[in-house]
Design a protein around this ligand. Structure first.
Ligand code: 5AD
Ligand code: SF4
Length: 427
């Protein structure tokens, strides 16, 4: 999400005569795009800002700005008390950046953190930053109204709004013509995508089919799905189109109904299991990944064991796993106690991570002997003689280079596996 936002910012500023530099010490303006989702993300931003402040001591003309989710929440502390910032712009204010920068140029501080009900930056063609030229992100909606009790996003990114479907298809086509072969459609809850085109209502399943038709050679991924909204229609669309990737990220957060209730996730363990069974039935061979929060308010050992048992039952291919971190202006911060001791959170997180490593390794070992179509992304980190790429199931495969180049598809027969990588050779 943040990469996608930075690409929108880069586009707006490039159109206004600014240039991007990869070297921060050469920059006249440093804009830090931020995320508030967990406290350690905020801590890292603060550290970076102190580093930029030290650069500003040597070069007083350096402009330092804060963008994104932290903008509104922390503007007083970071701008007025700590004197770290000249400019603050929230996630819906990027179009105003040229004016805000001009304001700073004339010696004033500039702040705009007003959230919008309709800004989707639909007409802005993002400037791809750090791109491998093969895969890109496309933002299809903004905001979220699910109000999961632990989550700061509804308060930092505002109301949910979907982007014009035609502009999403055009952006995909444009990327295809530039040589890209994979796009990931991004939103906080893509399953509730909804766009009205005259009398036609375009749901996420319709959107996926439209995007899939751009070219059979263009792979389509998406994130993130909410278990309460992932419909059979969507799964059937994925089953019908070979370029809609066979990988679904379905954050479960917890395996305990008590925790799911307190988290305001609006589904039960049983509902979630029903959706997993639907995925297995409708899209055989589909990889499933998840997000898990451990140590949420009043989580007991039994709740924790329920999370572990659900992980085993699903047999996730991958997971992002977090300790609960209380965020201000959330339902949980206002109404629940963050009362699981830090050591317990840590121990439970370690158990979850170990289990996931085992599940990932077991799943990857099952792929040995099979052949996958791999989209080559680039040179492997370990060796210049090897490429890496991904299967439709989003598994990374490393293999000896052939004449093929990044952006090509090759068939790779898997001969070995670690918990993170498949190893093989082109056949
Ligand atoms: N503490 C820990 N993890 C969180 N996430 C969201 N909010 C919090 C929080 N307060 C995790 C969820 C979500 C992912 C993007 O971040 O698992 O799915
Ligand atoms: Fe946060 Fe829940 Fe919305 Fe995801 S669905 S962004 S976890 S409120």
């Amino acid at each position: 999400m943040n990469v996608s936002d930075s690409e929108i910012v880069a586009s707006i500023l490039t159109d206004n005569g600014y240039e991007n530099t990869p070297e921060v010490t050469l920059a006249d303006i440093v804009l830090v795009n931020t995320c508030s989702i967990r406290e350690n993300a905020e801590d890292r931003v603060r550290k970076r800002l102190h580093y930029f402040k030290s650069l500003r001591k040597k070069r007083p003309e350096l402009i330092i700005g804060l963008l994104g989710c932290m903008a509104d929440r922390t503007k007083t502390a970071l701008m007025e008390e700590e004197q770290l910032l000249d400019l603050v712009a929230g996630p819906d204010s990027y179009r105003h950046l040229p004016q805000l920068l001009a304001q700073v140029g004339s010696g004033q501080k500039a702040i705009d953190t007003i959230l919008s009900i309709d800004e989707t930056y639909a007409d802005i063609t993002p400037v791809r930053i750090d791109s491998n030229g093969v895969s890109a992100f496309i933002s299809i909606m903004r905001g979220c109204e699910n109000y999961c009790s632990y989550c700061v996003v509804p308060s930092t990114r505002g109301q949910e709004r979907s982007r014009d479907a035609g502009s999403i298809v055009r952006e995909t086509r444009d990327l295809y013509e530039k040589g890209y072969r994979e796009v990931t459609l991004l939103g906080q809850n893509v399953n509730s995508y909804h766009w009205k085109n005259g009398d036609e209502v375009i749901t996420f399943a319709h959107l996926l089919e439209k995007v899939a038709q751009v070219s059979p050679m263009m792979r389509i991924r998406f994130a993130t799905s909410h278990p309460k909204d992932i419909s059979d229609d969507l799964l059937l669309a994925i089953g019908r189109n070979s370029n809609l990737c066979k990988a679904i990220h379905l954050p479960v957060q917890s395996g305990s109904n008590h925790m799911l209730g307190l988290m305001n996730r609006k589904y039960t363990r049983e509902d979630y299991m029903d959706r997993i069974q639907a995925i297995r039935r409708i899209i055989p061979g589909c990889a499933i990944s998840t997000d898990i929060i451990t140590g949420f308010c009043s989580e007991t050992e039994e709740d924790h064991l329920e999370t572990l048992s659900l992980m085993e039952w699903v047999g996730y291919d991958a997971a992002y796993m977090f300790k609960y971190s209380e965020r201000p202006q959330t339902l949980a911060a206002d109404t629940l106690k963050d009362n699981v001791a830090e050591e317990i959170k840590e121990r439970r997180l370690t158990e979850i991570i170990h289990l996931q490593q085992k599940l990932s390794l077991d799943n990857n070992r099952k792929e040995i002997g099979k052949t996958f179509e791999i989209l080559i992304e680039g040179k492997s980190k370990r060796s210049d003689d090897q490429y890496f790429g991904r299967s439709s199931q989003n598994k990374v495969a490393v293999f000896t280079k052939t004449n093929a180049v990044p952006g090509d598809y090759v068939h790779v027969k898997i001969s070995g596996a670690t918990s993170a990588t498949l190893l093989g050779e082109v056949v």
